[in-house]
Design a protein around this ligand. Structure first.
Ligand code: ATP
Ligand code: MG
Length: 582
């Protein structure tokens, strides 16, 4: 039986017909390259003045002026620009540059729709590689099959049609990074969308990177203060930690994140807020809030709103993380908020279904867990010999009717180092921030608490747990004995103490003094509605009359027994003073 032969045809486009001698040279080149006779067909074309273009199967040899310019540009891009004078380097690169008839792989779009394109003829494209479509539309390889690849498009797909050509770039998705991004709002590809002009990037980082290995990390031991009493006292967050904020819609999740960002003012911490699948109006609100509280100077907002294509929403948190890594690698501390990962998972699900992946639980693709774990693993505290920088991640997840056992919430709970659980019932009862003390936890942050805070918070969690139990048991009791009533009052007072207005972060000394005073039962007997004004007055008293105590707590972060007793004494005195006046 005769072996089946694949016949290769080459097409040569040029303005003038090649001479016999030239044709022979082409023939030899092709024979060497492909190991067989290749028939050469000449097509007259004026599109390549001063050069030619040859197509052999999927390979394209571009010797047109445009193609050679592109090669030159690619060479010059590789010239290092970080050491001073680059003119000699450029000169050298240009002098030593010889154009090559490089083969470029060019494929063809077979189908396109919903921001997804299937491309044939790019057999060597790699997963995650960026492809260039007509009109500069960019896409990313997300699916590799036997004869074609699936690619998500980052821009509008209008100019991409069936049959249009696609070029490989050999690069993976990346984002520009740098100091100039601080104070700005950008989209998932790092393009400014706040109308404040171009941003001069200091570098370009891939959006997907490996998380730092264990050897490069050190334990979490420095706090990142949220300024929210209920969190800093009971669920402290350390630099490099991943703490989930979870709750139903409209329970104050974003509020906790923005308050934390506001509280980083003057604390040498860069903040990145990534908005995924949200309304543009919500993103603008966050931006205005941050501007109003002078927090935008050290913050970046990365936004892929609900109206952006799913691929952009999918890539946004990774891009935000790449920007954070740029700062972390310089030894800086970064706080990054992903608001929120449920919408991120939904965007990824849409993408995967369009790419024909088989749906799993709740129709999410099987790798949705890996999607979030590889993102959150990039939060880290680097060891001192590589700069000691850190990324603290605050992912947000929205639950439906408080169901934390749904697929995405359970996934993310298991990847993070703890969660702050917000509850609608508490929120509507006026207990804001609506932190459910029983269900919230921070698994590593305790090590990061200052000694003063640790000592001050003492039995708060246990006291609150006892109060909750007692509250349930005494719900239907008509008359209570004195001791039980006092216990209940004490618990109610503590709950009131934990209420805190938005945009009013509390400093260390404020939190420590409040806790010490309250846990010493100083507020016993005060009407619950008066609790917050009593605390305000007390803090003012401390700040004016006992500044040294406040400064000591803020600066040293320690509190010995003497100091604790002193705080209790001053508080009791203050309380007695008020009682006498009334
Ligand atoms: P969504 O699910 O829509 O994203 P969310 O859980 O992020 O909502 P927020 O937008 O943060 O919730 O807050 C909902 C509303 O509650 C806002 O109007 C906000 O101003 C208010 N709010 C949040 N926290 C507090 C607080 N501590 N005190 C008073 N009001 C608050
Ligand atoms: Mg929100």
């Amino acid at each position: 039986m005769k072996k089946e032969e694949v016949i290769l045809n080459a097409k040569l486009y040029s303005a003038v017909e090649p001479s016999k001698e030239q044709q022979k040279r082409f023939g030899n080149f092709l024979k060497n390259k492909y190991g067989q006779e290749v028939s050469l067909e000449w097509v007259k074309s004026d599109a390549f003045p001063g050069g030619f273009r040859m197509e052999v199967g999927n390979d394209i040899y571009d010797w047109s002026v445009g193609g050679r310019f592109r090669q030159l540009r690619d060479t010059l891009v590789k010239v290092p620009t970080d050491n001073g004078n680059i003119i000699p380097l450029l000169k050298e690169s240009i002098e030593s540059w010889t154009p090559e008839a490089l083969a470029e792989q060019v494929g063809e779009v077979t189908t396109v729709g919903d921001g997804i394109a299937t491309v044939s003829g790019l057999g060597q494209a790699t997963f995650g590689e960026i492809l260039l479509f007509t009109d500069g539309v960019r896409g990313m390889v997300q699916d590799i099959r036997t004869n074609e690849i699936g690619c998500v498009l980052f821009n509008d797909d209008e100019s991409v049609t069936q049959g249009s050509s696609v070029r490989r770039t050999g690069k993976t998705a990346g984002t520009p990074v740098g100091e100039a991004f601080l104070g700005r709002v950008v989209d998932a590809l790092g393009t400014p969308i706040d109308g404040l002009g171009e941003i001069e990037a200091s570098g370009y980082m891939p959006v997907e990177t490996q998380a730092p290995p264990i050897i490069d990390r050190q334990p979490v031991d420095t706090p990142i203060e949220t300024g929210i009493l209920s969190i800093d006292s009971m669920f402290p967050i350390g630099r490099g930690q991943r703490e989930l904020i979870i709750g139903d819609r409209q329970t104050g999740k974003t509020a906790i994140a923005t308050d934390t960002i506001i509280n980083q003012k003057g604390k040498n911490c860069i903040c990145i807020y990534v908005a995924i699948g949200q309304k543009n109006s919500s993103v603008v609100r966050v931006q205005q809030t941050l501007m109003k509280h002078e927090a935008m100077d050290y913050s970046i907002i990365v936004s892929a709103s609900a109206s952006d294509p799913a691929p952009l929403q999918y890539i946004a948190p990774y891009a935000g993380c790449a920007m954070a890594e740029y700062f972390m690698n310089q030894g800086k501390d970064v706080l990054i908020v992903y608001d929120d990962l449920s919408k991120h998972a939904v965007a990824y699900r849409a993408l995967s279904l369009l790419l024909d992946r088989s749906p799993g639980r709740e129709a999410y693709p099987g790798d949705v867990f890996y999607l979030h774990s590889r993102l959150l693993e990039r939060a880290a505290r680097l060891s001192d010999n590589i700069g000691g920088g850190s990324i603290t991640a605050l992912p947000i997840v929205e639950t439906q009717a408080g169901d934390v056992a749904a697929y995405i919430p359970t996934n993310i709970i298991s990847i993070t180092d703890g969660q702050i659980f917000l509850e609608s019932d508490l929120f509507f009862a006026g207990q804001r921030p609506a932190v459910n003390v029983g269900l919230s936890v921070s698994r590593v942050g305790g090590d990061a608490q200052t000694k003063a805070m640790k000592k001050a918070a003492g039995t708060l969690r246990i006291d609150l747990a006892q109060y909750r139990e007692m509250e349930v048991f005494t719900q239907f009791a008509s008359d209570l004995d004195d001791q039980t009533r006092q216990q209940l009052e004490y618990g109610q007072g503590l709950m009131r103490m934990l209420r805190q207005k938005q945009y009013k972060p509390k400093s260390q000394h404020e939190q420590v003094i409040t806790l010490v005073m309250a846990l010493a039962h100083t507020m016993q007997g005060i009407d619950v509605d008066e609790v917050n004004s009593f605390i305000e007055g007390l803090i003012e008293h401390f700040e004016t009359e006992h500044r040294d105590i406040c400064d000591r707590i803020d600066k040293e972060g320690v509190m010995d027994d003497d100091l604790k007793q002193q705080i209790i004494d001053i508080s009791t005195e203050y309380r007695n003073g008020i009682d006498e006046r009334d």
